[in-house]
Design a protein around this ligand. Structure first.
Ligand SMILES: Cc1cc2nc3c(=O)[nH]c(=O)nc-3n(C[C@H](O)[C@H](O)[C@H](O)COP(=O)(O)O)c2cc1C
Length: 251
């Protein structure tokens, strides 16, 4: 055990923040951490947009449907970015199909996720708190407009952070025996049986968190999420195509 791992094991999403601003030195450090993150093929295929404009933030909060987007003192959007390298190639006279390759898209998406998590770990190590906003993808075309994203870019994740104004319980996770396998994937005969204890644990967590409200078990949440298909989110690959990526889908 060491301090880094202790911090990682006490991760909680923070959704309420004090008014205290995040100092510039902290922001500079976080950006240096993002820049130092491993990157696929060394191509550095991610970018960060720090949203400081209140109106832009308000519009993003409407996309997310989460008012606390506005409350976080800092808000980053991590971008999968193949535009910069396309420009670097074009300025050397190369404008071939590889620029639009879906392989690069996934490299860029992975780069953006890794940078986001590295930054989040750094945020938490400094005693600040953060929450991801996958909900920025509830309306990708609108987000692309707000952030003026050029072709060959794609928004991946929002991250709100600042000094915590809440101290939430750790949210329980299911047992690792259901998620870690050796050599080959393990299919269980009965998932609900294996998850029964976790269902109860999560329900108890919600009972304590939201007293008086019906607490859904994990099993119930899974079904609820599957039922709530968001039309715009299920069209994400269409947005990737509109952004110039070649999906090369088999018919
Ligand atoms: C990719 C991703 C997207 C997420 N999007 C949102 C979001 O839009 N809004 C939100 O409040 N939390 C969001 N979260 C936070 C999760 O809800 C949270 O991590 C999860 O419930 C576990 O809770 P914990 O982080 O406190 O352990 C997101 C997390 C991830 C990894």
């Amino acid at each position: 055990m060491n301090e880094t791992i202790q911090k990682q094991l006490s991760h909680r999403s923070i959704r309420a923040f004090s008014d205290k601003a995040v100092p510039k030195e902290v922001l500079d450090t976080l950006l240096a951490v993002a820049n130092r993150t491993a990157t696929s093929s060394g191509l550095q295929l991610s970018s960060i947009i720090r949203v400081t404009d209140a109106e832009a933030r308000r519009r993003i909060s409407l996309i997310c449907g989460q008012e606390y987007v506005n409350q976080a003192p800092e808000f980053f959007v991590f971008i999968a970015d193949c535009y910069r390298n396309a420009r670097i190639a074009r300025e050397q006279g190369f404008d071939g199909g590889g620029i639009r390759d879906m392989d690069r898209f996934f490299q860029a998406f992975t780069d953006a996720c890794l940078a986001a998590q590295n930054v989040t770990t750094a945020i938490e190590s400094l005693g600040l708190g953060a929450v991801y906003f996958g909900s920025v993808l509830n309306d990708p075309p609108e987000l692309i407009r707000i952030l003026a994203l050029p072709e060959l870019t794609f928004p991946v994740l929002g991250l709100g952070f600042g000094y915590p104004a809440q101290d939430p319980q750790l949210k329980p996770r299911m047992d690792m025996s259901l998620k870690v396998f050796e050599n080959h994937y393990k299919v269980f005969d009965n998932y609900r049986e294996n998850i029964a204890a976790y269902d109860l644990e999560l329900q108890t967590y919600y009972d304590l968190r939201d007293k008086g409200r019906h607490s859904a078990s994990f099993s119930e949440q899974v079904v609820k999420r599957f039922k709530a298909v968001r039309e715009k989110r299920s069209l994400l690959l269409n947005v990737a195509r509109k952004q110039g990526f070649d999906l090369k889908l088999d018919e």
